[in-house]
Each structure stands twice: as C-alpha cells, then as structure tokens.
Design a protein around this ligand. Structure first.
Ligand code: COA
Length: 173
C-alpha cells in the first residue's frame, strides 16, 4: 500500500468572509438534528461510501456529533467517539453534495481533532475509504489488528463484516 504524505492540517483561521461565515455554522448537534444527520449519512451509505447509522445509534451518540448547518438545515456532520483512555475515533463524516469542495469536511474533522485534544485523548483513528482525505490531517495507515478488540464489537454487527474494505488510519494528538 502506498505511503501517504504526512502533513498536519491545523485548524487554520478563516481566510475570507465566506470562510468565516462557514466556520461559524459548525456547531454541536442536538437531538433535533438527528433525522437530517441520518438522511445525510444514509445517502452515502446507500452508495457504499460509508456505514449506515440507525436513529437509535444517532440519538445515543448525539453528543459525539458536530454539524455544519445553515439555519435548521444540516449539510455536514462528523463525530468523535471516545473508545478508551487513549483512543478515540472519527466517524460518520459526510458533507452534502451541494456543499462539497468548500472546506466544510476539513473544518468538521479539525473540530473533532480539537475536541480530542481538549479531552486529552492521545490517539484518534478512522476507518475510511478515502485515505487521501485523512492523510491531509497527518493520519497514517495502520494494520487494523492494531486496533483494540473493543472496536470489533461494532464491526461484527456490520453488514460488510468480515469483507470490509475500509482502511484503518491513526493520528496522535
Ligand atoms: C469526503 C467529504 C466529507 C469531503 O467533504 P468536503 O467538504 O467536500 O471536503 P473539503 O472541501 O473540506 O475538502 C478538503 C480537501 O479534501 C479533498 N477531498 C475531498 N473529498 C475527497 C475524497 N473523496 N478523497 C480524497 N480527497 C478528498 C479535497 O480535494 C480538498 O483538498 P484541498 O484542500 O487540497 O483542495 C465529502 O466528499 C463526503 O461527504 N463524501 C462522501 C462520504 C464519505 O466518503 N465520507 C468519509 C467516510 S470516512
């Protein structure tokens, strides 16, 4: 597997008015956002770009989520889930196609990484089909076997187990 460039994207100050406006539209999710988050995630899940999420799962983990919203309309989401003392995971990253390429995905990931830092979790991993995207943040590819058994309890419930093609990536905070 080819090596990814190891550059770290820090949370950059917004460069222009548009970016400033967009950065302000990222906030923690509330239960009122759950149905839209599910719609967004499951749109891509149907296209096999990410895993689907049930409403139950989303309500139970709503505190994990950051969203990008204009008014009440949710266009982007990303979650940071704490797994253990030194390990957390970035999950359910999605940006609506109508808003893609505007830096929203990057900002959502940066928010999650910042939160990992404030929670003092030392490592963040992601299971992803787009390693190039995570490579921009200094994530590097690891062997899935390096992940603790606890992670597999979710994997075995997944419809793609054991043939999943997601790539495991890790980054230190
Ligand atoms: C991946 C995704 C979240 C990116 O969101 P976005 O808001 O369009 O991304 P950004 O505008 O912040 O992109 C920032 C950078 O990432 C790159 N990038 C975007 N999508 C990418 C992809 N699918 N693969 C590799 N790089 C990608 C862009 O080229 C851009 O690079 P640049 O800053 O050098 O120009 C969005 O395309 C999406 O929801 N995809 C479908 C779901 C998915 O794949 N989720 C990830 C599951 S782990």
């Amino acid at each position: 597997m080819r090596l990814l460039r190891r550059t770290t994207v820090r949370q950059q100050p917004p460069r222009n008015d548009e970016e400033k406006k967009r950065a302000k539209l990222i906030r923690k999710a509330t239960v009122q956002d759950v149905k839209q988050i599910q719609k967004l995630v499951n749109y891509y899940a149907k296209r096999e770009k990410m895993l689907p999420r049930s409403l139950n799962e989303l309500y139970e983990n709503i505190r994990d989520f950051f969203i990008y919203a204009e008014g009440r309309k949710v266009y982007g989401c990303c979650a940071l889930h704490v797994d253990w003392e030194d390990l957390s995971e970035i999950k359910s990253l999605a940006v609506a196609r109508s808003k893609s390429g505007k830096g929203i995905g990057k900002k959502l990931v940066a928010k999650c990484l910042k939160e990992a830092g404030s929670l003092k979790v030392k490592k963040v991993f992601a299971l992803t089909y787009i390693p190039e995207f995570f490579g921009q943040f200094g994530f590097h590819i690891i062997d899935r076997k390096e992940l603790p058994h606890k992670i597999w309890s979710e994997c075995i419930k997944c419809m793609y187990f054991p043939g999943c093609k997601e790539i495991a990536m890790m980054r230190e905070i």
